[in-house]
Write a protein that binds this ligand. Sequence first.
Ligand code: BTN
Length: 239
Amino acid sequence: DPAKLQPLLETARGRFDVDSIEECDSTNTVLMRRGGEGAPSGSVLVADFQNAGRGRRGRSWMATPESGLMFSLLWRFNRALADLCGLSLTVGVAVAEALEGLGARGVGVKWPNDLLFQDAKLAGILVELTSDARGTLAIIGIGLNLKSPDGDLPQPACGLDDLLHPVPDRHILLAKILDTLAPTLDRFDAEGFAPLQARWQQYHVWQGRRVDILGDCAGKISGTCLGADRDGALLLSTP
Ligand code: BTN
């Protein structure tokens, strides 16, 4: 309920135009269309249900209002498209800090877009970019599990109820995330990922661990994960 959300916003009050719908295909798709029609930076769309919710790499994302918070945020940047590669990491830092601010302990990030708790997926971020006459536009889609999802999943998953008791109401969660996102995105727009790199690295759960990179084109690459560089690219130490 946007009317219930607005008074919960603190520093970011007035910066977001929040809309909610019961059902759509994907909040990212709807907001991208609205962006093309001129929707302003700070437009937010929350849905109770998505019938074609999308994850990265062609995966789908499914949740109910009881089991997940699903929303997208439209943000316009002064940077070129090519300078936005650290954006999903930046968003990950902001969401992790917001959840910590609500008392969650042990939230981590995995390059490039997952939030984890004890190596299980807690939230996913889907950033889609385009540019128009007004500049560069990002649709930042966030799916946060409130309860551990059921079903056949590509990786272990968990919910906020594994970390926080009771789980805050979705309005409180969204307000906290938006309040944290606004200054973090401002900083990213002005200075890029570099000043956020150390913050991201603190949350990085694979830091110094052996990993296998499974690409679409190349075969498996194994090495030690050293985190992300100043642009947000993954650092892997190999022989
Ligand atoms: C991933 O982990 O693969 C990213 C998942 C992103 C899911 C969110 S839910 C709200 C927004 N709308 C979508 O269709 N996807 C994102």
